[in-house]
Write a protein that binds this ligand. Structure first.
Ligand SMILES: [Fe+2]
Length: 240
């Protein structure tokens, strides 16, 4: 195999390598050929943009978007922040998709057979749009840690998956958000495939007491930076 990722324009100080042996799925998934650079054309720079009209306000509340009468079980949290470009300017009208395990650490997915209960009132997915200031706000529950077959006694730290789709192809970002103070961070090969302390720190949300609402929900702040030296590390493919 030639150097996986050779020819990629990703900053190796920010993004995980395509091949990180501790994260076993990357051994099969890493590219085996050099990247071919394709110049950006007007279609990449201007389009296509997400289907913004289909995003409803209630999609941003994962505690109540399962189509049931009930409310999701777990520790209610507010996740809020901004989407910024490489210059620190806000990126409005970005579609943010979120998916996550339930409070017991299980996904509503046929391949997830973790011996943990499903929550009939929790789908584990939602979406919202950033406003004119690039800001977003989601209401959900804190996901549980879950085991995965990467290595002996492997557990993923609590995390939320995000996919961002701005007005064009070049404003796409897929990443995971982690929670502060989690002892599983140091043991997680996906988290540790991100190459530097500074870049890993950008994947950990900040507890925000000013976002916390009395008698209701704990608040976390998490900003996305789409590119540049302070960019949010981008992850590849797998949903783990
Ligand atoms: Fe996951």
């Amino acid at each position: 195999m030639s150097d996986p990722g050779a020819g990629s324009r990703r900053d190796p100080a920010v993004f995980p390598p395509y091949l990180y042996e501790g994260y076993r799925a990357t051994i099969l998934r890493a590219p085996s050929k050099r990247f071919v650079e394709i110049p950006e054309t007007p279609s990449e720079v201007t389009g296509p943009g997400p289907a913004l009209s289909e995003v409803m306000a209630e999609d941003a509340d994962l505690t109540r978007n399962a189509g049931t009468e009930g409310e999701a079980m777990g520790e209610r949290i507010i996740v809020t922040g901004r989407v910024l470009d490489a210059n620190g300017d806000p990126v409005p009208h970005t579609l943010i998709d979120i998916w996550q395990a339930n409070s017991a650490g299980r996904y509503r997915h046929r391949r997830d057979q973790h011996h943990a209960p499903l929550d009939p009132n929790f789908l584990g997915m939602g979406r919202c749009l950033t406003d004119e200031d690039g800001a977003y706000r989601l209401l959900t529950i804190r996901p549980g840690a879950y085991p995965w077959p990467n290595h002996e006694n492997a557990w993923r730290p609590a995390h939320i998956h995000f996919s961002l789709f701005g007005p064009r192809f070049t404003t796409r970002l897929v990443t995971q958000m982690y929670f502060p103070g989690d002892p599983l961070h140091d043991l997680d090969p996906i988290f540790n495939s991100v190459p530097t302390d500074a870049a890993r720190a950008r994947l950990v949300a900040e507890y925000a007491h000013d976002v916390t609402e009395p008698l209701w929900a704990l608040g976390y702040r998490f900003d996305f930076v789409l590119a540049g030296r302070h960019g949010t590390p981008f992850e590849d493919g797998d949903h783990a």
